[in-house]
Design a protein around this ligand. Sequence first.
Ligand code: F6P
Length: 410
Amino acid sequence: MGKNIVVGQSGGPTAVINSSVAGVYSQAKKLGIDKVFGMVHGIEGFLEDKICDLDDYLATSTGVEMLKRTPSAFLGSCRFKMPKIEGNEEVYEKIFEVMEKHDIEYLFYCGGNDSMDTVKMLSDYAAAHGKSQRFVGVPKTIDNDLPITDHCPGYGSAAKYIATSLKEIIRDNSSFGAKKPTICIVEIMGRNAGWLTAAAALSKTVDCEGPDAIYLPERVFDMDKFVDKVKELAASKSSVVIAVSEGVKIADGRYVCEIGREVAVDAFGHKQMSGTAVKLAELIAEKTGYKTRAIEFSTLQRAATHIASLTDINEAFQVGADAVKAADEGKTAMMITLDRNGENPYQCGTSAHDIHDIANVERKVPDEWITPDGCGLTDDFERYARPLIMGELTPLYTDGLPAHLVRKES
Ligand code: F6P
């Protein structure tokens, strides 16, 4: 086949979203596809005909390997909500116009729930208007909240960073012993799903006791009970480390981080979350007088490619490559899913699933994986998550630091 293709990245970046682009590119070249274009800043940039030719970066012998080791969205990301089709046909026509101009037959979009909505809307428009172009979603999100797929590329690496950092924080926090009891509260991303916060539990290993409590957004957060829990823990140990999701909400539906302040909202209506750990640390200091520390992993947890999981990198590459295969086999309006098919040893394949079952659906941590007190995770969670953080890919170093591949802004 000789037609061209385009790949875009959308939503919050991950440590391995670029591996998926590497997978798309490598598979497309194997199939003899002429041009592999990248959308510059996702569908928002594509609407303005902003694209780059991936040969300019990846055709060299080191290009693909460098891209796999590069954090953030190499192509640039966006949070752009496709308008409803009716009354906004010109937006859709513009996208098809850009595709036709560059002879693009397949469009691949790497993203989470909101980005899969873009794949759904574009494929719905194509179906309704007799357009031949194909659209396939490539899963990506540190939040791990896409349905149908066993897990999402991006999650394993963020989980590895979180568990590693928790181990380091737990060591540090206990260094002064009983002379200086410290309550350390660590805030972890994940919006409305607790998968990433749950990864704090993976820090419990032969040489680490793990965090003392983990609070997920799947359970209503009670400020008074939280203070009581900290007091109870501090009564028997001087170092208390607590992992808390950025998305914990109190009984009236407000996020902890929005109590007493206005928070910004993005194009999808998602509130900008930050400040939960600070708020809780202040509360503990006020109610108990203990020394407290608040740590917000923020961007670090999704940008830490230097400690990415090799399993995650390989799977991210695979879903990109398999998206191209799926489109080449005639599939459209699909997302590639990861299908676990072996536990010991862990094995995982892929398949393509109807995008309509996926877009805009959020998958939460199952109830039975949360301990009855609501502050921990069961062994079933560990069995699920541990394989996803396994393996490392050594960075390529320059000037003593991991080297990255950087796109030139045009
Ligand atoms: O959706 C991925 C994610 O990293 C969430 O975990 C987080 O709440 C959100 O993005 C942060 O978005 P932004 O970087 O736009 O503030």
